[in-house]
Design a protein around this ligand. Sequence first.
Ligand code: GAR
Length: 218
Amino acid sequence: MARRATAVLISGSGSNLQALLDAARDPGYPAAIRLVISNRPEAFGLERARRAGVPAVVVDHRAFATREVFEAEIEAELRTAGIELVCLAGFMRVLTAATVERWRDRMLNIHPSLLPAYRGLHTHARVLADGAAVTGCSVHLVRPELDKGPILVQGVVPVLPDDDPERLARRVLEVEHRAYPRALAMLAGGRVRVEGERAILLDERPGERLILHPSLAR
Ligand code: GAR
């Protein structure tokens, strides 16, 4: 099967981008990372793309008067590269409904919480403030409403007594790096069907949509 041409949009470190690049090095992986776009010129993820030999461009939101023209530039880059699927990976700009609808069921996002809990920013601090025992990450199809949409894969992480937001974020990233490649493989492999606001995974194996942090394995 032809590998689906995929773009990854980033704003920062790009450790999730790295996980996707690493997974896509396997010729049997159903997606190929063909383009990286960052809205921040200093994002380290740009360097990761260069090291992997993947074209990387900066579309700096500060250079555009409106979100519409900023996104038109992103759209032009995606079209020129023949992109079929888009992964938001720590991309910290909210996209307009028009862009999201154009990529309906072809755009993924990763969010560092167990959705639908803790949508929005500062998830780890909020989890700690609530005294939750468990948190994690979710990879979902993007809808116009922030951090909402059919969920493909979730990763589960324990909250430990002496956690601070940084330590918890690092533990959640460990499962993010496994969840995102798995979710992209599901979508690129044509295994996802959307019914209402729910993603159905064709030929789902038990536990396939769930990743446990290693410390939870017994
Ligand atoms: C990740 O934890 C991702 O889930 C989060 O930003 C981090 C990016 O890390 N995304 C959001 O908070 C989006 N609302 P990375 O640049 O190392 O992949």
